[in-house]
Design a protein around this ligand. Structure first.
Ligand SMILES: CC(C)(COP(=O)(O)OP(=O)(O)OC[C@H]1O[C@@H](n2cnc3c(N)ncnc32)[C@H](O)[C@@H]1OP(=O)(O)O)[C@@H](O)C(=O)NCCC(=O)NCCS
Length: 170
């Protein structure tokens, strides 16, 4: 409850506009090719990370309507292998914003086109910072939380961001 009051006070204390998570949501679909994989046909983890970073960047730039750069990528677990020929579905949404920073959640699923089976291969939390034309951090729109899911993800994102900042190395 205190956290909600803090959030509302922050909203009322500035003229910064607000946007809902659904306004910046992004889904990207990518086919995996032999150049993305090792000789046995397993797609490189780094290829999946590149795509996670790419789709999270779309969400961050849609929300901030500015340049935005990655400052942190939380630990990522690869739950299932992705193979050459699979289609990678990357679903990304914004969970939390502070001042210039934004937490984006990405879910990566791989589909075997022949069987139609789709499996979650990785989930990740990526932090982006919005930058102005001088390359310095700038404030982003506040989040307008429309659904229960938005509210839960905001609180969880706030907790993760606090933990991240405690561990931050300058
Ligand atoms: C983004 C950058 C300009 C920020 O500069 P900075 O001196 O760290 O600026 P600040 O300390 O004022 O932090 C700015 C915001 O970033 C957040 N931040 C910075 N590092 C962070 C981290 N590791 N995790 C989470 N948030 C972080 C701060 O909390 C702050 O958020 P807020 O404005 O919402 O309160 C600078 O870190 C940078 O250029 N990094 C490289 C980005 C890049 O090139 N990424 C691509 C991969 S190399």
């Amino acid at each position: 409850m205190d956290e909600n009051i803090e959030y509302l006070e922050l909203k009322m204390s500035t003229n910064i506009p607000e946007k809902s998570p659904s306004e910046s949501h992004a889904e990207v679909i990518v086919r995996m090719f032999p150049s993305d994989a090792n000789p046995a046909g397993n797609v490189f983890g780094g290829e999946i990370l590149k795509n996670i970073d790419m789709v999270a960047g779309i969400v961050a730039q849609r929300h901030s309507q500015s340049n935005a750069v990655t400052v942190s990528l939380d630990s990522v677990n690869f739950l299932k292998p992705v193979f050459v020929g699979n289609v990678l579905f990357l679903n990304a949404r914004i969970n939390y914003v502070h001042n210039s920073s934004m937490e984006i959640e990405v879910k990566a699923e791989a589909e075997d086109i022949v069987t139609g089976i789709r499996t979650v291969t990785a989930t990740a939390f990526v932090t982006f910072v919005a930058l102005g034309q001088n390359g310095k951090p700038i404030p982003v729109p506040h989040l307008s939380l429309k659904t229960d899911e938005d509210r839960v993800k905001f609180e969880e994102g706030k907790f993760r961001m606090e933990t991240r900042l405690q561990n931050r190395q300058k």
